[in-house]
Design a protein around this ligand. Structure first.
Ligand SMILES: Cc1cc2nc3c(=O)[nH]c(=O)nc-3n(C[C@H](O)[C@H](O)[C@H](O)COP(=O)(O)OP(=O)(O)OC[C@H]3O[C@@H](n4cnc5c(N)ncnc54)[C@H](O)[C@@H]3O)c2cc1C
Length: 336
């Protein structure tokens, strides 16, 4: 009936898109769901006040979905692609909304919003690949609500952070009632699913800093999209460390590259990285890197782009992203 229902703050109010806000604070969460007529199938709503309460609920309710920014889950539920009996809203878990930038690693809590990552000055100085990739997610509405943990939980191979995670040797910390474990990003993502079990909650993502010190490093993220708000057809994340930015033609000591929507998982291609390592960037090395990207990606054809077009995009974006990262490493070294 209320196909225009857009945002529901189940603790206090029901917002009907473009129409009105109704105070429902006197109803219990379950009653609110029963009372509201909307597109998602009926579900029971839970609002844990702590991470331990959330993991307990996950253990007790194996079919439950966590609700973070609700930018992807909400669409899936509205279309009844997802019909969970229980939804656990983790927006109140401030313990998961933190950023810890240390000398050796950077840790980002699961509930940090894309917008906060995009606008973090400390990330822009120390690990800009994260802020640049966040800035390129959809539009401001999605970025204001969407979270890092939601993106990793969704694990879409077209996701921006997943490609950064695999390129930068990131790891994901998972938490349940009885254990905490860290999984390398390359082991976490697998086609159509993840290495996460139903009772586990993503606590944070972690990135080592040591290979990419603030000086001598350049990072870039490029993507081709159909429309400003849409998912990328292909995107590429990159980092480059050079030996000495002050000398002429600095040599690339280390390169990283991660692709989104270029396979059924976020993809790191070491053969592409190797094409530019050990010498200054040149037309020749860029050309080789582009060719290796074309051969290395494993894209599926889709409505807006067939597989060959995506391979061509991977080739061209690889050359451009490496050039941009190299320019930043050499001409604009990042100073903490
Ligand atoms: C129009 C549009 C365009 C978009 N374009 C892009 C894009 O270009 N690039 C991109 O990367 N993303 C894009 N997105 C996705 C966006 O980044 C989403 O915000 C994100 O994927 C999901 O984050 P969320 O916080 O909204 O998660 P939710 O929608 O709340 O949850 C998504 C899934 O993750 C699970 N989950 C959430 N948090 C946790 C946790 N802490 N632990 C375990 N599981 C968890 C949920 O149970 C659910 O299954 C787009 C979305 C929209 C609507």
């Amino acid at each position: 009936m209320w196909s225009k229902v857009y945002t529901i703050n189940l603790t206090n109010s029901l917002h009907i898109d473009g129409m009105c806000t109704i105070n429902v604070s006197h109803l219990s969460p379950t009653k609110k769901i029963g009372w509201v007529s909307m597109k998602p199938a009926a579900f029971e709503y839970h609002l844990p006040e702590s991470v331990s309460e959330a993991t307990r609920l996950l253990a007790e309710l194996p079919e439950a979905e966590l609700m973070a920014g609700n930018q992807s889950l909400g669409i899936a539920m509205s279309n009844r692609v997802a019909t969970p009996d229980h939804v656990i809203d983790i927006n109140g878990l401030t313990e998961l909304d933190y950023l810890d930038v240390g000398n050796e690693k950077i840790e980002v809590g699961a509930m940090v919003r894309h917008r906060d990552i995009e606008q973090s000055s400390v990330l822009a100085e120390t690990f800009p690949i994260l802020s640049i990739s966040a800035e390129k997610i959809a539009g401001p509405v999605v970025r204001n609500r969407g979270t890092l943990g939601g993106s990793i939980g969704e694990a879409d191979p077209g996701g921006n952070y997943p490609s950064v995670l695999v390129a930068m040797d990131g790891e994901i910390e998972l938490l349940s009632t009885d254990h905490t474990r860290s999984v390398d990003a390359t082991d976490y993502f697998s086609a159509e699913t993840t290495n996460k079990t139903d009772d586990e909650l993503i606590r944070c993502a972690r990135f080592p800093r040591e290979p990419f010190p603030s000086r001598r490093t350049g990072m870039a993220f490029l993507r081709k999209k159909e429309a400003a708000q849409s998912w990328p057809i292909v995107s590429v994340a990159s980092a480059i460390r050079v030996d000495d930015p002050a000398r002429q033609n600095p040599v690339i000591e280390e390169a990283r590259v991660g692709y989104a929507n270029a396979a059924d998982v976020p993809l790191r291609l070491k053969s592409v990285e190797a094409a530019i390592e050990g010498e200054p960037l040149s037309d020749h090395t860029l050309h080789t890197a582009g060719d290796r990207a074309y051969d290395g990606v494993q894209p599926q054809s889709e409505l807006h782009a067939d597989a060959v077009y995506k391979r061509e995009l991977a080739r061209e974006l690889t050359k451009r992203v490496f050039q941009r990262a190299y320019d930043r490493a050499t001409a604009e070294p990042i100073v903490v």
